[in-house]
Structure formats: structure tokens, C-alpha cells
Design a protein around this ligand. Structure first.
Ligand SMILES: *Cc1c(COP(=O)(O)O)cnc(C)c1O
Length: 385
């Protein structure tokens, strides 16, 4: 099966990990700070904090921004579960705002309308968590204007978007947000096995995040003659990244620009070769350079999506659906959630399909995917005649 995404591991990556395995520190050594410094540099942010995965990153990010039980966090229904789950970890309530049908990101117009209503009902959210779906940045400048107007904190879930750009700045520069979260899971842009990163320009947020990822403990206040002292200041977690993971992440980060180029090249081939097919291709705003974590096409109906999905899967092409809308999951349904207020998300979900896209996808594999998709679309036309 050609997967929809997969990691690329080079000899340099392997050497970097082996070096750490032979060293004194498997965790809490020098590799995590080195990875953090490199990511801060690459995203043009002041601080980067490495953690165990993006789910834990979202959890402590929401805590660091002051989210508490019964507060509201607003996000998109079209994301991976963690974006919303991390708010529920804290006992907060989640409201899902509909997407823009062409960009698959939270719709700023809808967001504005809902904020106006929430302001008069005195139910404004504490945090808005924006997902950069597929690697294509949400319109952060517009969203920040709204967040500032109502004094709301802004999180970027950039799990798909490491290496992407928006309005000439890197995603993660936090020019339009309080902080940005990245995932280093193997299907994402670069990997450390499991891993997450948070970037921010706010020193107090960075310090809070460092406390929360490691038991809420600091050694910074120890007196010179009482070096053993450590103090627990917060109820923290063990959300640390190990040093051999950080070594892998750092080795991969060194190739980030190359990886983004390769992903953009494959996306361009898809755009060129799929242009004449009766399907909808993804849309990237002129303000953006996508990292192309996902190449999402839209079919014309849910029946056609099913036919095309099954046909391509039978041909060993690992197409996928990103994502089943979060509020329609059984767990969320049982809490009373539905997709009623999000018609675009429903329409998108019925028709979307992610084609394989990763740097090691060969030219012949790309041709095979395109030919098979053409066959599947012809098949569908025959079926419905
Ligand atoms: C993958 C992903 C996450 C979770 O990342 P992990 O590192 O696997 O915890 C969160 N949000 C989005 C949008 C994702 O795609």
C-alpha cells in the first residue's frame, strides 16, 4: 500500500540517534535545547519548547494561557481530535465554528458573527484554537483582529504546518497568535517518532510551559549552598521529549527547507495533472506557502467519494479522509455535540479525500495514483448512467 504520508529516515538521522544512545543522557541532555534553538530560529520565534507530542503540547498550551474548567475554547470541527480533547482534559467546554468550504480552515466571517452573539450573551471564549488544515495557514491576521477586539487568546494548531509561511512570515513566528503548536509524528512534516513543539514570543508563557512539561518543578531558586533544592510551583506533568527523539528531530529539521520544496513540487504535479478532472482541487491563499502535509481533493458527492476511495484502496493506494468532524464522534455525541451549526464542515467531510503526498513518493507512483484516480472517476460515471 502506498501510504498517504510517511517518514523519510536518512543515514544522518540514524547516526544522530545512535550517538545519543551511546552517550550519558537519554533524556534531559543537550539535544532537546539544541532542537528548541533550531526550531526557534527556523520559525523566527523567540522561544521553542519541545514536548512528548502535539497533544500534550496543546494541553499545557491551553493551561499556560489560563484555560480553566467551564471556560470556553472555540475551534474548527475539521481537525484531529487532540485540538478539542486537550480543552476537555481541563474541564473546559468546546464550541465548534464552521469552516470556509474552500480553505477547510475556520471561517473568519462565521467566527465574527458568533463572537458578536457570544459577547452579548456574556459567553465569550478564553481561547480560539486555529488549525492550519493540511499545511495551509488560516487567515490569522483577520482572526487576530477579532481576538484582540474581544480580548481572547489565540493558539495556532500548526501540527500540519511546520515550514509553511503566511504573509511572508513562517508559521510559528506567532506574529498573529500567543503560541503555535507543531507535531513531530511520523506522518507530519518532520518527525522525532513521537514529539511536539510549541513556539511563542512571550517569556512568561515559555517559562510556564517548561514548568508544566516537567512536574511543575524548578531548580532555579536554589541557594548556592543548598544546591539540592527543587520546588514544585505548579501541578505539572511528565511531557518531556527524550534526547534521542530530539536528535532525530534536529537531524530532520536540518532538511526542513528541502522537505518543503519536495512537498511543493509534488503538489504542483498534482495541480497540473489533475486540472482537467471533474473534481475540486485544494485552494491556497496568495498570502500562503503551504507545507503540503495533505493534498485534499473534493469529489462531487458522498457516493462518488466512496466509490473512488474503495477503488483506490483496492489498487493499494492509501487514500484517506481527514477528518471525521470531531463533534460527530460517539464520545462527543454523548456529550450532546452535533454538526448542526457547521453545514460546510459536513459538506466538506462527505466529499473530501487525501491523496498520498510525501517526499519519497516516486514519479512512477505519482503517475500510478493519477491514472488510477482517472479510472475511478470514469467508473463512477458508468455506474450512475
Ligand atoms: C497530528 C495532530 C495533532 C496531534 O499530534 P500528536 O503529536 O500525534 O499528538 C494535533 N492536531 C492536529 C491538527 C494534528 O494533525
Amino acid at each position: 500500500m502506498i501510504p498517504y504520508s510517511r517518514q523519510k529516515i536518512t543515514q544522518a538521522d540514524i547516526d544522530a540517534v545512535v550517538k545519543v544512545l551511546k552517550s550519558d543522557f537519554l533524556t534531559q541532555g543537550q539535544e532537546v535545547p539544541k532542537l528548541e534553538a533550531e526550531i526557534a530560529k527556523k520559525t523566527q520565534a523567540e522561544f521553542a519548547i519541545a514536548v512528548s507530542n502535539a497533544t500534550s503540547a496543546l494541553h499545557i498550551s491551553y493551561l499556560a494561557l489560563g484555560l480553566k474548567a467551564d471556560d470556553w475554547l472555540w475551534t474548527s470541527p475539521i481537525s484531529f481530535l487532540s485540538t478539542a480533547n486537550a480543552a476537555l482534559f481541563i474541564g473546559a467546554k468546546v464550541k465548534f465554528i464552521d469552516i470556509d468550504i474552500n480553505t477547510f480552515n475556520i471561517c473568519p466571517k462565521k467566527l465574527g458573527e458568533e463572537l458578536k452573539k457570544a459577547a452579548s450573551a456574556n459567553r465569550l471564549p478564553k481561547i480560539i484554537s486555529c488549525v492550519h488544515m493540511g499545511g495551509n495557514s488560516a487567515p490569522m491576521s483577520e482572526i487576530k483582529q477579532l481576538a484582540d477586539k474581544y480580548n481572547i487568546k489565540l493558539v495556532e494548531d500548526g501540527a500540519h504546518a511546520l515550514g509553511a509561511s503566511y504573509l511572508g512570515s513562517k508559521v510559528g513566528s506567532c506574529q498573529f497568535s500567543d503560541l503555535c503548536v507543531f507535531s513531530l509524528h511520523p506522518v507530519k512534516i518532520i518527525t522525532s517518532g513521537e514529539g511536539g513543539l510549541i513556539t511563542t514570543n512571550d517569556k512568561s508563557i515559555a517559562e510556564k510551559l517548561k514548568l508544566l512539561r516537567s512536574h511543575g518543578v524548578t531548580r532555579e531558586n536554589a541557594a548556592v549552598d543548598e544546591k539540592w533544592t527543587y520546588e514544585q510551583l505548579e501541578l505539572g506533568f511528565n511531557y518531556r521529549m527524550t534526547d534521542f527523539q530530539a536528535a532525530l528531530g534536529l537531524s530532520q529539521a536540518n532538511r526542513l527547507e528541502q522537505i518543503i520544496k519536495e512537498r511543493n513540487k509534488i503538489a504542483r504535479i498534482y495541480f497540473e495533472k489533475l486540472a482537467k478532472l471533474p473534481i475540486k482541487l485544494p485552494q491556497v491563499d496568495k498570502t500562503n506557502i503551504s507545507s503540503w502535509h495533505l493534498f485534499i481533493i473534493r469529489l462531487n458527492s458522498k457516493e462518488q467519494r466512496k466509490i473512488v476511495y474503495n477503488y483506490l484502496r483496492d489498487k493499494n493506494i492509501g487514500v484517506n479522509v481527514h477528518y471525521i468532524p470531531i463533534p460527530t464522534q460517539p464520545f462527543y455525541r454523548n456529550l450532546g455535540y452535533s454538526l448542526d451549526a457547521c453545514p460546510n464542515a459536513d459538506k466538506y467531510y462527505q466529499r473530501c479525500l487525501s491523496l498520498p503526498l510525501f517526499p519519497e513518493l516516486s514519479a512512477s507512483q505519482i503517475s500510478y495514483i493519477i491514472e488510477s484516480l482517472q479510472e475511478a472517476l470514469r467508473l463512477d460515471i458508468k455506474d450512475t448512467q
